[in-house]
Design a protein around this ligand. Structure first.
Ligand SMILES: *[C@@H]1O[C@H](CO)[C@@H](O)[C@H](O)[C@H]1NC(C)=O
Length: 420
């Protein structure tokens, strides 16, 4: 890929070369900074997993943590608010110290993974006065970087929740409305990113920092979001990390005209085929074709582009996937925010449980879907699966899927022909 340099810069360079002018220092230092990135994004494929549900709770990843609380606890915010600081801290400490350990990193390495994306909430980095959240996850992040380094795995630190919530999803820490871009929330977000930069950007394992996960573009002020991305880039430039920005649900090809004058940009897009009735009705071949088409779009971009989240799932049946107490679109039980759903198929017992418990047809289809996505995403800069492990959602469990033979081993040994 030729995308490390913005096309506008290429044009300037060509012009300067044509008139025999010496290169200005700014452009030269830009190239040098590119060379100082810790991962060869242009040539090596990112093959990674997310460490979901570790530093930002999600009901469907660890249902046992939520089942031990009253029904009003739907996210980390209400978890801490309802249990109170002392009890919430006790339970979270025991989760942080056990959910992922150094042994997981060794196993990731043995499976051929070269990247982890680690979601973390602003409240763990630069807490706001008056928030109910408890602190402590940031210390475990520090441990994780050392474990990654010891196992030759690179890290993308992902700011997954920002003040007010950037998308209203439970995985932003707070389910409900979108309060980001109000008050001081954008400044607070930049402060959190600057602290992550100051504390961790120079760590040898930290190859990328993501400015904010899944900002809900259609509901946000996009001009302000673009300005935030530019400011965030400016604050991170020179730190030898790829500045990672999510496509904000604008479409993965919507960012080609953006980024003039910047470099070392990594575009993160998330590929799911389970949150829309049309996609949920598709058969396996349609899912495969859809993934292959998406990979071609990713590869057409002028910036390094990764699928920073994706899954083997073709239904939204996993318990609480759409939120605690919210049903599934697939079996017509989804009913949230004035949106209903119509029955497509039964979720009964089918997609909860374990990878080992999958029926043969599901096993084969999930395996085929995963392979196609890996082929598709490696046409671009690569992929980061969501997620390494969870308690009861087999199609979302990279560790067990690999052990059960549903993930190509060695990684990269896919049949390229599945994408035509
Ligand atoms: C993953 O594998 C472990 C160990 O065999 C098992 O205890 C667990 O239930 C599995 N989970 C899923 C979702 O497959």
């Amino acid at each position: 890929m030729f995308s490390r340099i913005p096309s506008s810069t290429v044009a300037v360079l060509a012009l300067l070369a044509s008139v025999g002018t010496a290169l200005p220092a700014g452009l030269l230092s830009g190239f040098k900074r590119d060379d100082a990135l810790k991962f060869n994004f242009g040539n090596e494929k990112i093959r990674g997993v997310n460490l979901g549900g570790w530093f930002v709770l999600e009901p469907w990843i660890t249902p046992s943590i939520f089942a031990a609380t009253p029904d009003n606890v739907v996210d980390e915010y209400t978890f801490c608010q309802t249990l109170g600081q002392t009890e919430a801290k006790n339970r979270l400490e025991s989760h942080w110290s056990s959910w992922i350990t150094e042994g997981d990193f060794a196993e990731m390495k043995s499976m051929g993974l070269n990247f982890v994306r680690i979601p973390i909430g602003y409240w763990s980095v630069t807490p706001n006065n008056g928030d109910p959240y408890v602190q402590g996850a940031y210390d475990y992040l520090g441990n994780a970087l050392d474990w990654a380094k010891a196992n030759d795995i690179m890290v993308l630190i992902d700011l997954h929740g920002v003040p007010g919530s950037q998308n209203g999803f439970d995985n932003s820490g707070r389910r409900g409305g979108i309060g980001w871009q109000q008050g001081d929330s954008v400044t607070q977000t930049k402060n959190a990113l600057n602290k992550i930069r100051d504390d961790h950007a120079s760590h040898p394992a930290v190859a990328a920092i993501e400015l904010v996960n899944e900002p809900m573009g259609p509901s946000l002020n996009m001009d302000e979001l673009r300005q935030f991305y530019m400011d965030g880039w400016g604050n991170l430039k020179g730190s030898n990390v790829a500045v990672t920005f999510h496509d904000a649900f604008q479409g993965v090809t919507a960012w080609n005209d953006w980024g003039s004058g910047m470099w070392a940009l990594l575009l993160d897009t998330h590929h799911y085929e389970v949150f829309d009735a049309g996609q949920l009705q598709m058969g396996i071949q349609d899912h495969v074709n859809s993934a292959c088409g998406f990979g071609r779009q990713m590869a057409s971009n002028n910036k390094w582009t990764i699928a920073g989240e994706w899954t083997g799932a073709m239904t939204d049946c996993a318990q609480w996937l759409n939120g605690r107490g919210i049903g599934a679109r697939y079996d017509g039980t989804y009913n949230y925010n004035n949106q209903g759903s119509s029955y497509i198929g039964s979720c009964d017992g089918k997609y909860s449980g374990t990878v080992a418990g999958l029926g043969q047809a599901d096993h084969n289809n999930i395996k085929a879907f995963i392979e196609a996505q890996m082929v598709a995403f490696e046409k671009a800069a690569g992929w980061i699966f969501w997620t390494w492990k969870n308690e009861a959602a087999p199609e979302w469990h990279f560790q067990n899927l690999t052990q059960a033979g549903l993930i190509p081993q060695p990684l990269g040994s896919m049949n390229q022909a599945v994408c035509g």
